[in-house]
Design a protein around this ligand. Structure first.
Ligand code: MG
Length: 258
């Protein structure tokens, strides 16, 4: 099932080209229906926090020069992105609708893309064991973890590098029945494939990550978890078109402002 958030924050179920409005994410039908081409798609989540895993694919750790040798990280390395980072996706059914552009801030000269599988929580999670974690997921979507790589290396914390305005395009919708360990994440820049990896290559699985977070931080319905990026990260230029495509989900189309 595909869950869509649109216009002023309405929710609906997408079937074919029609959105059947519901009274919340996965809620009861209101009787209203909309053509998907006629709406503005919104980030498909209303989180209280966005929790992100850094360095969750081995080859990405190596490409950033953080070689652990044979000593893989024992626990997921986490950071937060602010809610100001959410950016609405383009509407694939409406070519003129390009969504919200990611600004290119003046403080950086090295903006990077990180395409990722994102998880949206459906029910509260506190101390949930790994084998029950996926029961609390509302759905999955695509995320672009925009990163100012130069200041990530020099600032004390990653606030500017990870949480500048619109640094987290998310969408285009949620898919509720994806198997998160059996899909593939791809990122295209101006139609060229730059990242491609099966999610089975994650060091910490989605179940493990969610369980781990819930051991010290209550995850609330709507919260977003970014699961880390594969190898192949690289530079974004002004005006670039970015597509994050997670197999079985649909494509997140976004762009970098001029
Ligand atoms: Mg990332």
């Amino acid at each position: 099932m595909k869950l869509v958030r649109f216009d002023q924050g309405k929710w609906g179920i997408l079937e074919g080209e029609t959105i059947y409005q519901t009274d919340g994410p996965g809620g009861n039908p209101t009787g209203n229906a909309f053509d998907i081409g006629s709406v503005q798609l919104r980030s498909p989540a209303e989180p209280s926090k966005i929790v992100c895993v850094g360095r969750n694919y081995l080859e990405h750790i190596r490409e950033l020069g953080n070689d652990f040798g044979n000593n893989l990280p024992k626990e997921p390395g986490l950071f937060l992105k602010g809610l100001n980072t959410l950016a609405d996706p383009a509407n694939p059914a409406s070519p003129d609708n390009t969504g919200e552009a990611v600004p290119y801030p003046s403080f950086t000269s090295l903006l990077h893309y990180e395409g990722e599988l994102a998880v949206v929580i459906g029910s509260q999670m506190k101390n949930v064991p790994e084998d029950r974690a996926l029961e609390h997921v509302l759905g999955y979507t695509c995320a672009l973890d925009v990163t100012a790589r130069d200041v990530q290396k020099t600032d004390l914390q990653w606030v500017r590098a990870k949480s500048s305005d619109k640094f987290c395009p998310l969408g285009p919708w949620l898919v509720t029945d994806l198997e998160p360990e059996k899909t593939t994440v791809r990122t295209y820049i101006n139609d060229q494939l730059r990242q491609e990896a099966p999610t089975s290559m994650m060091i910490f699985s989605v179940s493990k990550v969610l369980s781990y977070i819930s051991s010290f931080m209550t995850l609330e319905p709507g919260d977003v978890v970014l699961t880390g990026t594969p190898e192949g990260v690289g530079e974004l230029k002004r005006g670039d078109k970015v597509v994050v495509a997670v197999e079985g989900l649909g494509d997140l189309h976004t762009r970098i402002a001029h």
